[in-house]
Design a protein around this ligand. Structure first.
Ligand code: AP5
Length: 211
């Protein structure tokens, strides 16, 4: 089954994707993670992506679509995949339709007033990628799961978050309509539910297809 996760920055796409991937064995592909890995390794793609990510803008479509096309062609995607952060505009969605078929789009609705605090307070483990909020860390600087160092993403600052939200509203939100018209959308809400409760809702839907 091929799944697209849609939602504003900080709505919980990555958190849900990890849980879905673990339960159903689908490959989790996050374009944001791919870009951050490239930045860390100093690749050509990383050098290009960095300026866009730091400004809260989208990395150019041609580059992003080609990365996803090549990734989906790998053997581990044959049984299905979970795309987190792609597509992000109708051009990317059209391109995706050209090289794959989306079976389900999970749209996480959220009150945007929550997002600035969620993102600016987020700390992520450098080693395992687990994320936390400063409000619940009690000053801890290492990951409870693996002991790795916690860091703040460069794009989790008020100015860049504001830009990411504006880009979402202008370019990504229209995809709700796009996938509604295709009849493949499932809506859920991440506003009040803790991640595990939201996952129970998502899993109840996925069990219809994947059990
Ligand atoms: P990307 O890495 O995809 O970032 P994003 O979409 O802004 O989303 P986030 O990773 O910040 O949030 P999320 O929705 O995954 O939430 P999370 O689960 O972490 O993209 C970064 C940049 O890369 C883009 O700005 C762009 O420049 C570039 N890029 C990426 N894809 C691209 C594309 N297709 N085209 C062009 N450019 C692209 O949760 C957030 C926090 O909330 C965490 O601390 C978490 O613990 C917490 N949380 C999660 N769920 C809950 C809950 N239910 N209740 C309470 N807290 C929760």
């Amino acid at each position: 089954m091929n799944i697209v996760l849609l939602g504003a920055p900080g709505s919980g796409k990555g958190t849900q994707a990890s849980m879905i991937s673990e339960r159903y064995g689908l490959v989790h592909i996050s374009t944001g993670d791919i870009f951050r890995e490239n930045i860390k390794n100093g690749t050509e793609i990383g050098l290009l992506a960095k300026s866009y990510i730091d400004a809260g803008k989208l990395v150019p479509d041609e580059v992003t679509c080609e990365i996803v096309r090549q990734r989906l062609a790998k053997d581990d995607c044959k049984k299905g995949y979970l795309l987190d952060g792609f597509p992000r505009n109708t051009y990317q969605a059209d391109q995706l339709d050209g090289f794959s078929k989306v079976d389900l789009c999970i749209n996480i609705n959220i009150d945007h007033a929550l997002l600035m605090n969620r993102l600016c307070g987020r700390r992520v483990c450098r080693d395992c990628g687990e994320s936390y909020h400063v409000d619940t860390l009690n000053g801890a600087t290492t990951c409870k799961k693996c002991g790795g160092e916690l860091y703040q993403r460069r794009d989790d600052n008020p100015e860049t978050v504001a830009s990411r939200l504006a880009v979402y509203n202008e370019q990504t939100a229209p995809l709700i309509d796009y996938y509604t018209k295709k009849g493949v959308i499932f809506h859920c809400t991440g506003t009040e539910a803790p991640a595990s409760v939201l996952f129970a809702t998502v899993a109840a839907e996925l069990d219809k297809y994947l059990k």
